[in-house]
Design a protein around this ligand. Structure first.
Ligand code: PGA
Length: 249
């Protein structure tokens, strides 16, 4: 049984003060929860103060990016080891915004996943097709390639600890959500691909979550699908009330 996971991806939003204030209120609201693993992904500047504010809360910390290198003269980069040191449990890797705006390809994403796994940081590995690719019936080909290249040469035990986030690019920040059925179909395909690559045990342990315009109005229908193990939430994670509702209030 895979425990449901809800991750709030704040993207480039919130100052340190706003981030700490947010998690203070979130902690109070989520006190009684226990069924769902909840994590927030603030920008780098707020990671450590948020880690301090989250102590004892059971809410986890995620980073939004990681360098593929371990240490050295790489101005502007942050390593997996530093993220662990700052209190992170997870790191988002391969988000479509990083692929589109910062030129990240499957090779680099593969190295980032390996760098994270080496330090015990759990990657939340994002995959998903564009609208053009969906309409050209290329969803499986695109997602299949992202999985094969992104998870190349990873051990089955590391693969089992990875969270895979299916995020159709056309549903991110657009208000268009994949129907629960559309998402579930791709989730089945993702789990089958993981099974082919790493075997049945790994495929049963991998958590496959959905992202793309998740909000309080559509969360119940999405989570009703057995194949959907959780959600990665952007816009609706910036507000305590809506994120609490999504995380199980
Ligand atoms: P959204 O973003 O919920 O604002 O669509 C999701 C994501 O980018 O992870």
């Amino acid at each position: 049984m895979i425990r449901p996971l809800v991750v709030g991806n704040w993207k480039m939003h919130k100052t340190v003060r706003e981030a700490v204030d947010f998690v203070g209120r979130l902690k109070a609201r989520l006190k009684e929860k226990g069924e769902t693993t909840v994590a927030v992904a603030p920008p780098f500047t707020a990671l450590y103060p948020v880690a301090e504010a989250l102590k004892g809360s059971g809410i986890f910390l995620a980073a939004q990016n990681v360098c593929d290198r371990e240490e050295g003269a790489y101005t502007g980069e942050v390593s997996a080891c530093m993220l662990i040191d700052a209190g992170c449990e997870f790191v988002i890797v391969g988000h479509s915004e990083r692929r589109a705006f910062f030129g990240e390809g499957n090779d680099l994403i593969n190295r980032k996943i390996k760098a994270a796994a080496k330090y015990g940081l759990k990657p939340i590995f994002c995959v998903g097709e564009t609208l053009y690719e969906r309409e050209s019936s290329e969803t499986s080909a695109v997602v299949g390639r992202q999985l094969k290249e992104g998870l190349k040469d990873i051990s089955a035990s590391d693969a089992a600890r990875i969270v895979i986030a299916y995020e159709p690019v056309w549903a991110i920040g657009t208000g268009k959500t994949a129907t629960p059925g559309q998402a579930a179909d791709v989730h089945v395909f993702i789990r089958e691909t993981v099974e082919k690559m790493f075997g049945k045990d790994a495929s049963q342990d991998v958590s496959v979550i959905y992202g793309g315009s998740v909000n309080p109005a559509n969360i119940d229908a999405l989570m009703a699908e057995q194949e959907i193990n959780g959600v990665l939430v952007g816009g609706a994670s910036l507000d305590v009330e809506s994120f609490t509702r999504i995380a199980g209030d």
